[in-house]
Design a protein around this ligand. Structure first.
Ligand code: 8OZ
Length: 378
């Protein structure tokens, strides 16, 4: 135990020398009207980027890689030249502090609404199975912006000959991320969005090469990860997974363990920077469903995989230290980073911690309230 690293020790992850093992988890905030990053986002991320007081690595909020990838109002994209330009001050603010930031590449798949889709079309998904879930829609009526959760629309199944285009949109997202000054990307394979929809049988009813067997259900994720590695180098690519998460229409797959072990065995030779595991129910119980994360890591390591192992969900300092002692390399904190720009310093000192205000998690435009106004320690 005494020889295991602490959260505050540096670590090499892929192409990056990180000053500590505290990661800021991706956090959707819906504060980018018109899907364009704003100036205050640079302040927000910059506040959390200091190598001593802040995150060793920041994972950006989910950034859709194409117009069809949006499922919530005011989430900043990474598919237009304007968006790439608008991200530059954000990544510059992080680098000015000495920090590191990757872009989380996102496609919501069926977690969307026709009003958020180009030309009001149906969202795309592995199969035409509607998610029993909500997405977030801000309606502009007479200049009034009001937000709310609405039922997801019925999706249409991606045609076989459209899949290469979706894979390419992730590769383009990775290239755009580098052009925007990000240090790399995290592919969002979690939480019931497009990639996760392909992994699970409830949402994937395909009978072609992308559905049915476990190998087929993993195919899209493997192709996307490969495409991003080819685009920017594997040592700048991470992948986030949530093997047993339920919600967003997703139900726990009866073969969750086998699917994820197969997936990671296939990814092992690629040389990824990191794998990011949400343990249990995202934002909820860590023991939500039985799953053997140690066996998953062992399957990956046995196949030669060397990516840093990032863990997430409900961590405090003691649990984080225990996880590092058991073989994790990085620990991601979400809600705590909303309320504590200097979370790493507060963990080091044992607190105190500001409490996050749920009322200001989502939306708020460019207002500082609940975004950049949480105080740092004196
Ligand atoms: C909260 C609200 C909207 C989206 C995720 C991208 O769960 C999200 C998300 C979280 O991964």
């Amino acid at each position: 135990m005494s020889n295991s690293p602490t959260l505050f020790d540096p670590v090499t992850v892929g192409a990056w020398q990180l000053p500590n093992r505290v990661v800021m988890a991706p956090l959707t905030r819906n504060r980018a009207p018109g899907q364009i990053p704003t100036a205050i986002m640079a302040t927000y991320y910059g506040q959390r980027a200091h190598p001593v007081t802040g995150a060793g690595l920041i994972v950006s909020e989910g950034t859709p890689v194409c117009a069809e990838g949006h499922g919530y109002s005011d989430t900043p994209g990474l598919h237009s030249p304007e968006q790439v330009e608008a991200w530059k001050p954000v990544t510059a603010a992080v680098h000015a502090q000495g920090g590191h930031i990757v872009a989380q590449l996102w496609h919501v798949g069926r977690i969307s609404h026709v009003e958020l889709q180009p030309n009001g079309q149906a969202p795309v998904a592995p199969s035409a199975v509607r998610a029993n879930a909500k997405c977030y829609l801000i309606k502009d009526e007479n200049g009034q912006r009001s937000g709310g959760f609405v039922d997801c629309s019925e999706p249409r199944a991606l045609q076989l000959d459209e899949i290469a285009g979706v894979v390419e949109s992730f590769a383009q997202g990775a290239r755009h991320a580098i052009a925007a000054g990000f240090d790399g990307v995290e592919i969002h394979g979690a939480n019931g969005y497009l990639l996760d929809q392909f992994l699970r049988e409830e949402s994937n009813r395909r009978d072609d090469a992308y559905g049915g067997s476990i190998e087929n259900r993993c195919r899209l994720v493997v192709e996307m990860v490969r495409a991003c590695c080819d685009a920017i180098g594997a040592d700048r690519v991470g992948l986030r997974l949530s093997p047993v998460m339920e919600g967003n229409g997703a139900v726990c797959d009866p073969q969750a363990q086998a699917i994820h072990e197969q997936l990671l065995r296939q990814l092992a030779p690629l040389g990824l920077a990191y794998l990011h595991l949400i343990e249990g129910q995202t934002g909820g119980a860590r023991d939500h469903k039985p799953f053997d994360y140690a066996a998953l890591r062992a399957a990956y390591r046995d196949a030669g995989g060397q990516a840093a192992w990032m863990v997430n969900n409900g961590y405090d300092l003691a649990l984080a230290q225990q996880s590092l002692a058991e073989g994790a390399d990085l620990v991601a904190f979400g809600k705590a980073f909303i309320a504590n720009p200097d979370l790493t310093e507060r963990l080091r000192q044992g607190g105190p911690f500001n409490e996050p205000d749920r009322n200001t998690f989502y939306g708020g435009g460019d207002a500082a309230k609940g975004y950049t106004d949480y105080p740092a320690l004196a």
